[in-house]
Design a protein. Structure first.
Length: 202
């Protein structure tokens, strides 16, 4: 009778967790401890750096003979930094939701609820999940501060310059996304351990 009443709570948690990562690029806002003066200073520094590079790009583009190409480069340049901002913010929000789920699970484990099979193993799995979330959050914070403003060497090489930056952005986002996926799996494992008493892979 106890199983019939309590198991749905785990089901609800798992369903919520599955919905969190239903997007291609999961996601995040900074915690209170990471939004202090130091972070603000880094954000301002990035803005100044981007503004300087965009000004230099504008000068380069004004010298382009092919005005259509210049417009395309300008548009793509703005899109790259916007994509990075959007993707990292989305992934950070997903991490926040994972943290909320983990906090609720930890509360049940610490209270030694009857549906928690192995309190010790569950606590260990929760610590692993917290570590994974922390690592992903730190990586996303660093990613959010990266600059993908295009540097054009020559008009004839503009396409190659753009492609290089686009590939770098894709590679960087892929790497941090994997960390978010790892964190999601760690949280799911903590839920399984609390429910079944056996860590994943054992």
């Amino acid at each position: 009778m106890i199983k019939t009443i309590i198991l749905p709570k785990y089901a609800a948690i798992l369903i919520t967790l599955a919905l969190i990562l239903a997007f291609s690029y999961p996601v995040f806002a900074q915690t209170a401890t990471s939004t202090g003066a130091t972070r603000k200073e880094r954000v301002e520094t990035k803005k100044e750096r981007v503004a300087t590079k965009e000004a230099a790009l504008k000068v380069r583009l004004e010298a382009f003979k092919d005005r259509k190409k210049a417009e395309v480069v300008d548009r793509l340049n703005k899109n790259l930094n916007n994509i990075n901002k959007k993707m990292t913010e989305q992934m950070l929000k997903h991490l926040e939701k994972m943290t909320s789920i983990l906090t609720k699970l930890e509360s049940r484990v610490n209270s030694a609820k009857p549906d928690v099979k192995d309190v010790s193993a569950a606590k260990s799995a929760i610590v692993d999940a917290k570590t994974a979330i922390s690592s992903a959050s730190a990586a996303l914070s660093a990613q959010a501060e990266k600059d993908y403003t295009i540097t054009v060497s020559l008009e004839t090489k503009a396409k190659g310059d753009i492609q290089k930056v686009r590939e770098q952005l894709h590679s960087d986002l892929k790497a941090v996304r994997q960390m978010v996926v790892d964190a999601k799996q760690a949280v799911a494992n903590a839920i399984r351990v609390a429910k079944e008493g056996t860590p994943s892979g054992r």
